[in-house]
Design a protein around this ligand. Structure first.
Ligand SMILES: C[S@@+](CC[C@H](N)C(=O)[O-])C[C@H]1O[C@@H](n2cnc3c(N)ncnc32)[C@H](O)[C@@H]1O
Length: 290
């Protein structure tokens, strides 16, 4: 929630066009090659698509194209945190696909799940969770999250399509989160600016921190940190809390977990779901599981 304000989403969107961030192109390949099959086999008239953390919806278009091509009538719900970006992404889609009904759900995943739970109607739902967003949760949190979606917002026959990044080579993952254009660094540093905007005074002076990216290959997770570049005291005035940071001290702000096939099996088993299809990118860097 700190990282994805409107500015954060704008920078993240640029990241998705960067070659070093291979995840987006790999997921695009999967959707480009397999959306027709997905729609043909699994999407029926009257279904509801719910995309969690929809972002710029660039990849969703491949599914929407396939839906239009197959002549299916569906409703698409897009869930995201930043209202302006949500509107900006949805409006052109509504103009491009007149046969699809578009609805924005502005809020957190949690908000949207309780909304769906309360507004359940008979339509069958296909959830989409793309961009390997599951990787931002620990493996246990990821399994708990899916179990919670299953128990609160899904009924028998509903489907969940999840894009999951694989345990790729050290070099590939390291470059994705520390790209040569410095976009990931800008994205990270914007988080500090957003914290200051929320508090309405400077809690973290961005010039006193730098972005540190580490791929922890043993645990299969990328770790993102702010490193304090000097001895400093960070103050939360209203809370009357101050924290002393030593030069070189790290603050962890994001994980991006990568999954082997065994880890995906475990995840799905713990969330009491069942895999019915799997599609991979051309170079097998990335999978979408249904
Ligand atoms: C890794 S990006 C993926 C964006 C897009 N789905 C893609 O694949 O390019 C994560 C998205 O989830 C949204 N997001 C993150 N945490 C969220 C939360 N707790 N509730 C709702 N949306 C969230 C962000 O705003 C962002 O658009």
């Amino acid at each position: 929630m700190i990282l994805y304000d409107d500015k954060g989403l704008e920078i993240f969107d640029k990241i998705t066009y960067d070659k070093d961030y291979y995840l987006t192109n790999a997921e695009i390949e999967v959707l480009q090659n397999n959306s027709d099959e997905l729609v043909e086999k699994y999407v029926k008239d009257g279904d509801v698509l719910v995309e969690l953390g929809a972002g710029a919806m660039r990849k969703t278009k491949y599914i929407l194209d396939a839906i239009t091509k197959a002549g299916r009538k569906i409703t698409y719900y897009a869930v995201d945190l930043a209202e302006a970006s949500l509107r900006q992404s949805l409006e052109p889609l509504a103009a491009t696909y007149p046969s699809i009904k578009f609805v924005g759900l502005w809020g957190t995943y949690h908000d949207s799940l309780s909304w769906i739970q309360k507004n359940q109607h008979n339509a069958r739902k296909l959830f989409l969770w793309l961009g390997s967003s599951i990787g931002n949760l620990t493996r246990k949190e990821g399994a708990d999250f899916l179990l919670n979606v299953r128990n609160t917002a899904m009924r028998d026959g509903d489907l969940f399509l999840c894009g999951i990044d694989k345990r790729n080579s050290f070099e590939t993952v390291s470059l994705a989160y520390n790209d040569r254009s410095g976009l990931t660094r800008d994205f990270a540093m914007n988080g500090l600016v957003n914290i200051n905007n929320i508090f309405k005074y400077t809690v973290f002076d961005p010039s006193n921190f730098m972005y540190v990216s580490i791929y922890n290959e043993a645990d299969g997770r990328h770790e993102a940190y702010y490193e304090s570049t000097k001895d400093q005291t960070v103050e939360f005035k209203e809370e009357k809390v101050s924290v002393h940071l030593k030069k070189g001290e790290l603050i962890n702000f994001e994980y991006s977990y990568k999954y082997s096939s065994d880890e995906v099996d475990k995840l799905v088993e713990s969330s009491h779901l069942k895999i019915i299809a799997k599609w991979s990118s051309n170079k097998e860097l990335y999978d979408c599981h249904l």
